[in-house]
Design a protein around this ligand. Sequence first.
Ligand code: NAD
Length: 365
Amino acid sequence: MGSGDIPKIKMRLKLSPIKIKNVTDFCVSIAYQITIIITLITMDKNTILVTGGAGFIGSNLCERLVKYDLKVICLDNFNDFYNPSIKRKNIRWLLEQPNFELIEGDILYTNLLEMLFETRSINKVIHLAARAGVRPSIKQPLLYEEVNIRGTINLLEAAKASGVEQFIFGSSSSVYGNNKKVPFSEDDAVDNPISPYAATKRSGELLCYTYHKIYDINCIALRFFTVYGPRQRPEMAIHKFTRLINSGEPIEIYGDGSSSRDYTYISDIIDGIESCLDKKLGFEIINLGDSNPIKLIELVRLIEDALGKKADIKWMQHQQGDADTTYADITKAKNILNYSPRIKIEEGISEFVKWHIKQTDVNLT
Ligand code: NAD
């Protein structure tokens, strides 16, 4: 809680409705004031800003958080990286929840961020807003630099000014580039990003470190390993393959199908983020993955099985920016966060396919 919050508590205490006539009233009044103080302190301690809260990971996270006694503020600009109506649908249920607030706006607008931190007693930030995706970052590096680097600085600046106690940054396994040593550990050198996206995510981590060092903000950078599940971004492989195979269209596989990814189910990622909320660790980088890499061709077979349809595969040249493999060492997450991914790939793909078919049935994807 920032020191600027104290006058607000005093102001609210003046609204106490109890009139003191005798000792009993006095005791009741004191108890009442204490209850209010506890409530206000607890309330302030539990106001969380989720940037990118209407996106795939963000909306699933907000749904988890509003079920607790927390105030959740979602800041999202509903950009057109993919159809914004999908993002609106993602938060439809959330908008009905009394402890959820949507702020439609951009992390590049510093005035908006200042206003937000001044008026909302935010003390935890989960920063997920970003331009995601490796391949589009090669085409639009400046846009990725602006949103992912400048946007992160903007948030850290606003967070520092209001004294937030926890800043969680959504980083990515892409920072490991084509690391040959597997599994990827947080101690590995990450000086060779192979896409602008990866370079911006590494920059975000470094900025978190810098702000922790200068302003003593608790920062945790979580390196997510290919997240999948309901609401996954439509351009991501699992979603795209499922959509195309289901509708009988060909899928393109870049390389020979032997590249592999450590696919992580959304609920496991949300568990990992949630367990960071009350950890005051100074600065840490933590992998969140499944620690079970799956070859691309095996992934296609799993989707085929879940759909009961065969894929028509078009083999394409390997794409620049794509890593050969990703494989998370999750020892640190286990030790610090008690993280333990529960959803096996077969189950996760089956759940995703069920969700996709339901969406297609109601014609919403
Ligand atoms: P997403 O695109 O679904 O969500 C990002 C959200 O941020 C979107 O709703 C978008 O509208 C919002 N946003 C983008 N720019 C913004 C801006 N300037 N101001 C305000 N809002 C803005 O992506 P996602 O898959 O949910 O990813 C969330 C985060 O996790 C991203 O930071 C991404 O880089 C990171 N990440 C994701 C994965 C994955 O597999 N999905 C893996 C590694 C890291």
